[in-house]
Design a protein around this ligand. Sequence first.
Ligand SMILES: Cc1cc2nc3c(=O)[nH]c(=O)nc-3n(C[C@H](O)[C@H](O)[C@H](O)COP(=O)(O)O)c2cc1C
Length: 211
Amino acid sequence: MKRIASLLSIFAMMFCLSCSQSNANGENKSNNNKNNTEMNTQKEKVLVVFFSQAGEQYSVGNIEVGNTKIVADYICKYIGCNQFEIKAEKDYNMPYMKLIEVAKAETKSGELPAYKGKVENIDQYETIFIGGPVWWGTYPQVMFTFFKDYDLNGKTIIPFTTHEGSGLASCVDDVKKAYPKANVLNGFSMYGHDVRTGEKKVIEWLKKLGF
Ligand SMILES: Cc1cc2nc3c(=O)[nH]c(=O)nc-3n(C[C@H](O)[C@H](O)[C@H](O)COP(=O)(O)O)c2cc1C
């Protein structure tokens, strides 16, 4: 009971921190211009870069496949694309409450944790989806390591998140900060506990984008 109360208070706090960024139900909110809602849909190679943490997660229990990965898979199933999963060198597989603390410390210190692998020939992609869970109001720090390593200025970037109340939080703004010369489209967000029944919603969003 005590644990549930402390989880709820953490998320109440996090939700308040980010409510200026999210709409009432936390979905599909972004500060972008209207003309940034659609893209050109020529047949081109598309990449989805994402981070996702399986294991013990808020509201969905112990999951074998992370919430964001499920959304990334829906995207590629629908439009056909390549994926790069950002896998941290360090192990985040730990009890949820411990992970909350580890992530909080990383966000506070601005740590840039290392990740495995690299994207082959990123120049072949003009359009790149970037997705991750909201961790303490933004993307996990390891995603910022990726942003530092790859210059995506000049490309079209489509951010998305999964979350438990914060919506897009500051993720779209943080992508814009990382890539001021990219064409960053409106973001998309979905509750983590909704993704397993949310394929239709993802497809609707992709159709709106013109895919
Ligand atoms: C360390 C950590 C911090 C989190 N911080 C937030 C937050 O600030 N706002 C929010 O709405 N959800 C937060 N969550 C919930 C996750 O965003 C949500 O469960 C997400 O769907 C997890 O996606 P994944 O399974 O792809 O990693 C947090 C979860 C973790 C593990």
